[in-house]
Design a protein around this ligand. Sequence first.
Ligand code: IPE
Ligand code: IPE
Ligand code: MG
Length: 267
Amino acid sequence: MSKAAAAKGGSGPAAPAHPSSTQGVPPHDGVPRHVAIIMDGNGRWAKQRHLPRFAGHKRGVEAVRAIVQACGERGIAYLTLFAFSSENWRRPAEEVALLMQLFQAALASEAEKLHANKVRLKVVGDLERFDAKIRHAILQAENLTAANQALTLTIAANYGGRWDLLQAFNRLLKDGKTEVGEKDLAARLAMSYAPEPDLFIRTGGEQRVSNFLLWQLAYTELYFTETLWPDFDAAALDEAIASYRQRERRFGRTSEQVAQSKRAEVA
Ligand code: IPE
Ligand code: IPE
Ligand code: MG
């Protein structure tokens, strides 16, 4: 390491490219730059139809396709989808195995289409626990789409917010840090390439975060809907965005200060 680098705080990844919601007020307007979704309710969707839970997961993949397209059309730059949590291994072995098959099949069938649509695919989570075949398919799809700039689609698979924070802390220790700031940590999170989500959506009616992006949700607008994930379509996305547009994002400031900064922007 050069003396200059050491003086700046040492080794490790470059500082995050996007501003932090707690260090400043990130740029934001009527179109969320980053939408993060907990896709919940596949099992209940199937149960309502007297179908096996797996049928709901299959329909869930179709909903993903539609929402990826809708986000691209609306100029959303980052879409992050929670596909499998670090706690979902607790499900019956048969359901886990079917979900893995579905993930592998989706990677195989969708990679080229995503690429044709200029979507950059990223998969975040503890991938060690996946089969070599799935890990290979992930790498291939990520490499194929790496230079695309239309929409960054992140699939969180075997992801947990606590896992993410812990792996970041462990990297900090490896890099010899004894004291850390926000930037040091944010740069080591699995999604350091993305801004913090503007809009969080959870389908399926539960109002909880279920160990999703714990660090990044600090100032994210939260939206919960009863709609089950397989039924969540472009119109449902527009409802969520309409709700988002009505929010006053204060980031700790008063309403008067928000109004003043908006006036300063147009002046
Ligand atoms: C979300 O749907 C998909 C995954 C967690 C993999 P669920 O399977 O949790 O559906 P419900 O909550 O049982 O309806
Ligand atoms: C959250 O859904 C995780 C995913 C959608 C991948 P869960 O259905 O696993 O969440 P809980 O268990 O109801 O909190
Ligand atoms: Mg669920």
